[in-house]
Design a protein around this ligand. Structure first.
Ligand code: SF4
Length: 247
C-alpha cells in the first residue's frame, strides 16, 4: 500500500544526482513542483458498505503504508501539510507507516508535539549513499527517538564503513543505482557491508545490482529486469529477522 500525500523533490546530496523522481520523470510530470496530491487524505478515507450498513476505512487494518516514496517526508516545503499527515498517522495506529529520508537533519523540527520516544506505528529509514552521507546523517539518526530504525544504502555509489553506526539498527538494505547514467556499484562493497552487518547481528539485504555492476573486477551492464534477481542470486537474503519486504 502506497501513500504519496505530496510529490516532487530536489537534490540534497550526491545520491540524488540521477534520482528518478527528480530527473526525467519529474520533468515529464512536472514533479519539480512540490505539490499536495489528491491522495492526501487516503489513510482516513472511508467507504460505506450498504449490506452491512457500516462505514469502514478504505485501507484495511494491519497494512504497511509505504509513504512518500516519490518525495521526502521531511521536505521544508511540506512543513504545513505534515501537521495533518501526523494527525492521520496517529489516528491510524492500526497501520504501519514506513518512509525513508535523506533529510534526517530536519527530524526534530518536523515532529508532532506528542512524539516523545516515537510512535510505535512509524518506521523511519535513513537513506545514505556513500561514506560522506553516512558520517553526516547517521550520528544524528542514531541520536533521535525513533522506535524502528533501518538504513538504506541507495544508490550505493561508494564503499561505506557502517560498523560504528549499527547499534539499534534493525536492518540494512543496499541498492545499486538504476538508469542509463548510473554510477557503478562494486560487489566488493556489498560483501563488505554484509560482513559488517553479520558482525553486528543486523539483517542485511542486497536488493538490486543497479545498472553498472562490478563483479570480480569486471564491469557489467545489468538489464533492469534482472537487477533484483541477480542481487538475490549473488547474495541470498538474510531472512532471520525480516518482517518487511519493500517490493
Ligand atoms: S531526496 Fe530522494 S526523492 Fe529527493 S531528489 Fe534525493 S533521492 Fe530523489
Amino acid at each position: 500500500m502506497v501513500w504519496e500525500p505530496w510529490t516532487g523533490c530536489y537534490p540534497v546530496s550526491a545520491g540524488c544526482k540521477y534520482c528518478y523522481y527528480y530527473g526525467l520523470y519529474s520533468k515529464r510530470y512536472g514533479q519539480n513542483n512540490i505539490v499536495k496530491t489528491d491522495d492526501f487524505y487516503k489513510p482516513i478515507e472511508t467507504i460505506y458498505m450498504p449490506r452491512k450498513k457500516i462505514t469502514k476505512y478504505r485501507i484495511e487494518s494491519g497494512k504497511i503504508v509505504f509513504t512518500c516514496f516519490t518525495t521526502d517526508f521531511f521536505l521544508p516545503e511540506a512543513d504545513q501539510w505534515r501537521v495533518e499527515a501526523w494527525d492521520m498517522i496517529r489516528k491510524r495506529s492500526d497501520l504501519t507507516f514506513l518512509f525513508l529520508t535523506k533529510r534526517i537533519d530536519r527530524f526534530k523540527i518536523s515532529l508532532p508535539d506528542d512524539w516523545k520516544d516515537g510512535y510505535e506505528n512509524v518506521r523511519i529509514g535513513c537513506s545514505i549513499e556513500d561514506q560522506e552521507s553516512a558520517d553526516k546523517r547517521l550520528p544524528l539518526y542514531l541520536s533521535f527517538p525513533i522506535k524502528h530504525k533501518f538504513i538504506v544504502c541507495s544508490p550505493l555509489i561508494g564503499e561505506i564503513d557502517l560498523s560504528s553506526y549499527l547499534q539499534g539498527i534493525e536492518s540494512v538494505r543496499a541498492y545499486g543505482e538504476a538508469g542509463k547514467e548510473a554510477r557503478e556499484c562494486d560487489f566488493k562493497w556489498i560483501l563488505n557491508l554484509h560482513e559488517q552487518c553479520k558482525s553486528a547481528k543486523v539483517q542485511f539485504d542486497f536488493v538490486s545490482t543497479g545498472r553498472n555492476f562490478r563483479h570480480n573486477g569486471e564491469l557489467k551492464k545489468i538489464n533492469p529486469y534482472i537487477q533484483r534477481k541477480t542481487a538475490r542470486q549473488l547474495l541470498p537474503s538474510d531472512d532471520g529477522n525480516a518482517d518487511i519486504q519493500f517490493e
